[in-house]
Design a protein around this ligand. Structure first.
Ligand code: FE
Length: 350
């Protein structure tokens, strides 16, 4: 082989292998509180579309925030997925995220489902799916009219009937934060007192346990995120089908401010080493294709304008009709959480 050819070959092999090595190095480190197996296909899809490999750490919302705090500037995290508005707000106010500048995300995600803009116009977090906090009830013992507002959960007519998970669980903190925004602090606290007075038992278990407790007769009314009920509606297990047959569901406050919607959302870590890849990942999750998958996989609704959920359980739950969702900025929910925690202490809501 001539020297020239050798040089050419070595040059090109070298550059190809260097190029390949660079492509190999494209990564995004994801800390995710979503643990739904259907999300896996999304991650694979992202890597296929972009060549960017995802390294994932799974933990719950609180665990992720604690870990980010502990790791500080040494944190390998680039992109964060959490499943509650108040936690996203907490991550923002604790300085764990960096503002995102993305025309794609700004245009795709409705303004009320993302953080308020920072001084430089950046957005700390974006909602990627929504879940309704709905009321379920025993169809035989309870009239739908008596439970079609959140207010009625605290009404003396429902004394001794209510099951709900711990007041300090993020889903309830966010619901109560929203209710405080709608009613004002004084009325919200009186309402919380009414809710405690109406409990059929001390708060325990998760949302699915509350639905089951209605079916078993331990209580007549319960509060749950919509996807837990949807999951049971899609289940083919006889015991789940029996539960679903006994309960009715209501999307509260259709005549007033609308049903409380919580979000699962994404943020870019403050100390991200691959911030551009992190933004690309969030933009990918906001694409129509990924949205349908992201939302549907956990029986949620997409947040991106113009993307409709094609989910049989959600259609059945809503009678395939649009329902009224609250339109307050979801960041207001997080801003009320400290107040809510103090109210919970005062009214003895465990
Ligand atoms: Fe959940």
């Amino acid at each position: 082989m001539s020297t020239l050819i050798k040089t050419l070959l070595s040059c090109c092999i070298l550059s190809t292998s260097t190029g390949f090595a660079l492509a190999q190095e494209q990564v995004v480190n994801l800390y995710s509180a979503r643990h739904y197996s259907t999300d896996e296909a999304l991650y694979t899809g992202f890597t296929k579309a972009t060549g960017i490999k995802i390294n994932r750490v799974d933990a719950d919302d609180a665990g992720i925030l604690a870990r980010l705090k502990a790791e500080g500037s040494a944190s390998p995290a680039d992109v964060i997925l959490l499943v509650d508005a108040a936690r996203l707000y907490k991550g923002e106010t604790d300085g764990l995220f960096q503002p995102i500048q993305s025309k794609v995300l700004n245009e795709a995600i409705p303004a009320h489902l993302r953080s308020a803009a920072s001084s430089n116009g950046g957005i700390s977090w974006f909602g990627l799916s929504t879940r309704a906090r709905v009321i379920v009830y025993n169809k035989i013992k309870v009239q739908k009219d008596d439970v079609d507002t959140y207010e009625e959960l605290g009404d003396p007519k429902n004394k001794g009937k209510l099951c709900i998970r711990s007041g300090s669980h993020p889903y309830n903190l966010s619901l109560f934060g929203a209710i405080t925004e709608h009613m004002g602090e004084e009325k919200a606290e009186a309402w919380l007192k009414g809710v405690v007075d109406n409990l059929a038992r001390s708060p325990k278990g998760g949302d699915t346990d509350q639905i089951k407790a209605v079916a078993s007769g331990e209580c007549d009314i319960a509060v749950t995120n919509s996807y837990y009920l949807a999951r049971m509606m899609r289940s083919t297990k006889p015991e789940d089908m029996a539960v679903v047959n006994k309960v009715g569901v209501v999307f509260p406050n259709q005549q007033s401010w609308g049903t409380h919607m919580n979000i699962a959302g994404g943020a870019v870590a403050r100390h991200a080493k691959n911030p551009a890849n992190a933004v690309r990942f969030l933009e990918y999750l906001a694409s129509a294709e990924a949205q349908n998958y992201f939302a549907n996989g956990n029986n949620e609704w997409p947040t991106v304008k113009g993307v409709n959920a094609d989910n049989p359980a959600l259609k059945a739950m809503t009678g395939n009709a649009p329902f009224k969702s609250e339109t307050i900025p979801i960041s207001a929910v997080g801003a009320n959480v400290t107040k809510v925690q103090q109210m919970l202490d005062r009214v003895g809501f465990k």
